[in-house]
Design a protein around this ligand. Structure first.
Ligand SMILES: NC(=O)c1ccc[n+]([C@@H]2O[C@H](COP(=O)([O-])OP(=O)(O)OC[C@H]3O[C@@H](n4cnc5c(N)ncnc54)[C@H](OP(=O)(O)O)[C@@H]3O)[C@@H](O)[C@H]2O)c1
Length: 290
């Protein structure tokens, strides 16, 4: 198949491009920059250049790629600007779905998150509604992700991958990344997740496992699906383990819990044959430094 990857140079895109090529697909990576295009071509893929917020330019680029499948792995979190990321989720996804439709693609695979669910006592499955009535500012993020999902699903044959908190190469959690800086108390670290060792529960996924889910999703039935590891965990458990792996101090624990931080279940993905290479952050965090 011809698979266009929007976000080919990102944290998930980088492991995804070689996996798709190894599986025998023709891969076309989208980047805004010539440097991104060079990286994509060096992997053995084709590249197209466009900004997802430029509706007409994106449409021309996607049409020229003539894809069977369009994969959306776009985020704009690097600068810590939540509003910019929400704009990309809304407008970038709309533009990409329109471009995929115009290009005659048959399938769309979108990146969402597995931590936007309504509060509850157990890890969320895919039937739990998104928490669009959360208090601001979380409501703004959840509303944007809900719009991303609705827009992507309106394409028709769409799989929405609800990813856990990403770690591994090119993420905030890698050695020397934003989380290590924040744990070490360095100023200027961009916006990152809650780093208080409290009772809030997170589900993680390594970028390599997220990329493997994209390849598997080429053949999955449409709809949303959680892509998370096997061990949802409270901050008081995972933060000291991460801090030790990064050689950073762990903050003091606190007895608080964010109501929506409940983790997610991977039962559906496992029932479809997806198996995480890193089934738990306990070993996955340490592997980042290995
Ligand atoms: N589920 C999660 O926990 C989750 C999800 C996403 C991100 N994150 C975190 O956020 C960190 C910051 O990453 P990031 O936001 O820079 O994501 P990233 O996944 O590392 O890269 C973003 C990708 O989106 C592309 N992109 C961004 N804006 C675009 C636009 N307007 N038009 C076309 N392409 C565009 C970039 O391409 P070019 O720059 O080549 O144009 C790049 O390939 C990640 O490393 C990760 O730790 C976490």
């Amino acid at each position: 198949m011809r698979v266009l990857v929007a976000g080919a140079t990102g944290a998930v895109g980088r492991p995804l491009v070689p996996l798709l090529l190894d599986a025998g697909h023709d891969v076309i990576g989208l980047s805004r920059s010539e440097a991104g295009g060079q990286w994509i071509r060096a992997q053995g893929a084709e590249s197209v250049q466009a900004d997802a917020l430029d509706r007409d330019g994106l449409r021309r680029a996607v049409e020229s790629a003539n894809p069977d499948v369009v994969v959306q792995q776009l985020t704009d979190l690097i600068g810590g600007d939540g509003a910019a990321n929400n704009r990309l989720y809304r407008d970038g996804t709309r533009n990409l779905v329109e471009a995929a439709t115009a290009a005659g693609a048959g399938r769309f695979i979108a990146q969402s998150i597995a931590f936007a669910y309504e509060p509850g006592a157990t890890p969320a499955d895919e039937q739990v509604p998104l928490y669009v009535h959360a208090d601001p500012p979380w409501r703004d993020s959840v509303t944007a992700i809900a719009t991303l999902e609705e827009t992507a699903l309106a394409f028709g044959d769409t799989v929405v991958l609800r990813l856990g908190v990403l770690y591994g190469p090119h993420t905030w959690y890698e050695p020397g990344g934003a989380v290590a800086s924040a744990l070490s108390g360095e100023p200027g670290a961009p916006f990152i997740a809650n780093l208080t060792p409290d009772d809030s529960i997170s589900s993680f996924v390594h970028v390599a496992d997220a990329a493997r889910a994209v390849v598997a999703a080429l053949d999955w039935p449409p709809g949303p699906i959680n892509i998370v590891d096997d061990e949802p965990a409270a901050g008081r458990e995972w933060i000291p383990v991460l801090a030790a792996a990064l050689g950073a101090p762990a903050p003091a624990p606190m007895n608080v819990k964010q109501d929506w931080a409940r983790g997610a279940s991977n039962a559906l993905a496992r029932s479809r044959g997806w198996r995480p290479v890193f089934p738990t952050w306990r070993t996955g965090f340490a592997a980042q430094t290995g």
